[in-house]
Design a protein around this ligand. Sequence first.
Ligand code: ATP
Length: 317
Amino acid sequence: MPSSPVLLENVTKKYGAFTAVNDLSFEVLQGEIYGFLGPNGAGKTTTLRMMLDIVQPSEGRVLVLGSESAIPVRRRIGYLPEERGLYRKMKAADSIAYFAQLRGLSSRDAKKRAYELLEQFGLEKFARAKNEALSKGMAQKVQLLATIAHEPELLILDEPFSGLDPINQQTLETLIRDQRAAGRTIIFSTHVMQHAERLCDRFLIIAGGRKRFEGTLSEARADYGSRIHLRTTAPESALKALPDVVSIRIEDVSGAETTYEIELDDDADPQAFLTRLVEAGVPVTRFEQAGATLHDIFVALAGEEAAPPQTKLEAAE
Ligand SMILES: Nc1ncnc2c1ncn2[C@@H]1O[C@H](COP(=O)(O)OP(=O)(O)OP(=O)(O)O)[C@@H](O)[C@H]1O
């Protein structure tokens, strides 16, 4: 078994003169949950499709389960595409069994597995219902079950949480964790940071087709620098005058007290900053060093690209 189920080296994808993915390199490790994060149009789906050999890179190299193409190893992969679709007239259980058979299970095993999964996910009542009779969320669950039915060692899920209600989103989080516990590798794309924050061992932030970050949440936080939440009666001007202060934002005003979010210089020591506050006579009623959320980090890294629509006027090939 290769140590990295997915490896991309300097991958670029151009559509005519437009560069959708730009010199992207990253590695997904065996048995991890890997988040693929980026704003709309960042290049997530294009990259996932390149992993699956549905679209081919203009430049660079893609290795999946040790293979230059996903096609010979497709039975070991489960893929949930962004555009969902089940045969409308087919029954839910038959749909799951059909995909499992396509991926190598015998007809008997595929059927058995379909019923087991439907039961496990509370859909046994709908096993014999036609897909067209299912709600959008239920149909999506059926498609997810079809994706995992053949027990693939690598799961690639494009926006798996979109279209699910909060309860089913939680069910999906559990399913993803269970897949990892069974030793599988899971890659999923999302622009909802909370799922990624709770689930991912590591993640990649992509914006405008370029990699902005790859690593763990604590690595991202370390890069992001320290943020302090300070409640005080002191005015902003008194805080601005202190060394190591990069920026100040008012979070809340309550009576005479204001809560500020203070960004410190990357090398600053928050404890030394507290000492300095006290020495400067700043009355402190709350001092808290808070880790940045993935949302903060995402906005800081991808915000510029996330705001305006991406221009298609990139240099021609
Ligand atoms: N076949 C194509 N021809 C031309 N441009 C394309 C094609 N496929 C994708 N693009 C462009 O490439 C860019 C990246 O698209 P992609 O679908 O990979 O983004 P994404 O990160 O998955 O976005 P979303 O979150 O909106 O699904 C977009 O600007 C898109 O318009």
